[in-house]
Every structure is written in structure tokens, then in C-alpha cells.
Design a protein around this ligand. Sequence first.
Ligand code: ZN
Length: 84
Amino acid sequence: MRCDEIRPRLEAYVDAELTEAERGQLRDHLADCPECGPEAVALERLHDGIRRSRLRRDLADQWTAAGERRCQRADRQSSALLAR
Ligand SMILES: [Zn+2]
């Protein structure tokens, strides 16, 4: 495979959307090619970063929601105390 056949498939390769045969072909090329190899690594790192930051945002949302619930409960408790 030539570089210009590889490049359009890199994204799919990194996303693991290729068949095993296609992956093998790309892997062989990437191992040999001084241009597509680093390109694939960079793309993979980029995708990894996106996945991780999405995960972080999900977790942060959960924590915020849990924290708000705790605060509301504490508010109710303290206004109950003040109402006495
Ligand atoms: Zn190449």
C-alpha cells in the first residue's frame, strides 16, 4: 500500500473500525513508513486525549451532582435547625 492509500484510512485505523486484514496492512506500512508511522501515533494520542477528557467531564458531572445533593440536604437540615 502507498502512503496516499494509507492516509485516508488512518482515522479508521485509530478508531479500530477496520477489518483485521486491513489493520494488518496498515500496521505493516506504519511500521516501515517514516511519515505515516508518526502520523498514526499522533492521531492515536489525539484520540486518546479526547476519550480521556470526555471521561473526566462525565466524572466531574457526577461529582458535581452528588455534591449538590449533599449541599441541598445540608441546607434543609440547617434550616430545620434554625426553624426550631
Ligand atoms: Zn506511508
